[in-house]
Structures are given as C-alpha cells and as structure tokens.
Ligand binder design. Sequence first.
Ligand SMILES: [Zn+2]
Length: 253
Amino acid sequence: MKTYPGGKKKAFQITYDDGVLQDVRFVQLLNKYGIKGTFNLNSQLMQQEFSWVHPNGMEVRRLSPQAAQGLYDGHEIASHTLTHPYMQNLSDSELQRQMKADKDNLEQMFGVQVRGFAVPFDYYDDRIARCAKDCGFAYARKSECSGSFTPGTDPYHWQTGIYHIDPNLTNFVADFLNTEEELALCQIVGHSYDLDAENLWGNDGIYLCRPVCPQRHLVLHPRRTDRLFVSVGDDAHIVPTHNPVGADAHIRP
Ligand SMILES: [Zn+2]
C-alpha cells in the first residue's frame, strides 16, 4: 500500500482564497494546531485596500501587504491573479499579465517561491492551464470540486474535494476518516470570511461544518494524527497534496 511521508495513510489539505482580514484569526488557529494551508492572494487588490459587501451585509476586506507580512510564514502562498477577474474573456496578454505579474509581485512581497495558482471565480479552460504552465506554476487549481478523496493526476487541472460551506461537509469529512482508499486526500477550499458569515468559529478551533447539531460539530484540528498527514511538514513550499508531481516524490511504494 502506498503511503504519504511518515507512513501516513491519508492527507489533509486546506486552500483558502482572497487574503482577507479573517485570515489573521484563521492562521493563528492553524498555527496552534500545526496545520499548514495554502493561501491564494491577489497582489494588486492588496495594494488597493479593496473591499466588497457580503450578501449578509458584512464588509469583506483584503489584507494590506503590511498586515500580511509574516502572517503566512510556514504556509504556502499561491497566486489568485492580480485583480480577481472573470478569466473567460481576457486576451492572451492580459491573462498572462494577471498570472505572471501576480506571481512576481507575491514572490517579491513575501520572499518565497510561488508555485501554485488558484483560478478566481469558477471559469477554467485549457488556455488558462497552458498559461499557468507557461508562467512557471507547478500546479493550477480550478474551482470545481471533485467530491472525492482521490488525488488528481493532472497538476494543471487540479480539483479540491469540497467547499468549506458545502452542506455535505460533515458527511464528507466523516467518510474521509472512515475510508480505506489508498492515498485518500481530504481537500477543503474556502474563504476565511465564511467563518464570520456562517458563524463557524469555535472556542478553540474552527467548525468544519455548519453547527447544525452539537454532536455533529467537527473541529479543525488534527485529533487523528495517527491517520492524518497534515500538509507538508518541514517543506512548506512543496505541497504534495496539491501537486501530483511533488506527491509522487513523497509517496512510498
Ligand atoms: Zn477568490
């Protein structure tokens, strides 16, 4: 049976978008429990103090470059384009600029190599995949979820498992804990502002599911460390759970 590093049978990965103010509280909790995540940032919106109003009336604000400095240490920083455009109608040159300039900006701002790309909104096609490759990204994540624990095989059409606010998340995580599937991978995608909007902050963790009934709360911390391989350990710049090429190098036959 193949395993993840350390002989772990399963992998757990979170990937959160947009670099918003709630990331401060969220990252503190991840750090407390030794969980490493991927944060997908829009470098130009960070400079512009961009904000928008959530359907529930809450103002969602981006972190400034100053506020983000040091926050993501130990986690992966990935590109989410310069300005979060809908990418279907962009010219080839604008597509390239949105991806490559964001990668360059983030590398300069944080002094790390940016290997990953996460598409904004839900449109994705082969042109974006090719551009991600041309820009030097090691993987590109689309917004469509697989709903499964099977790691993808194409790093430029990478799918996560489920959205944090999906009503089925409780069952999804329970199934993950029970599955015997080889190299099972639980990947959750979200936005930390949802934790405010959906009231998912726990006393000492984060509710992975809507608090429908108390006994079904799942708190995001590695209670099952015997079975979960939590992200990438010592090498935060390689996220094997996102990148099948990297994963292969880490997987033991
Ligand atoms: Zn986004």
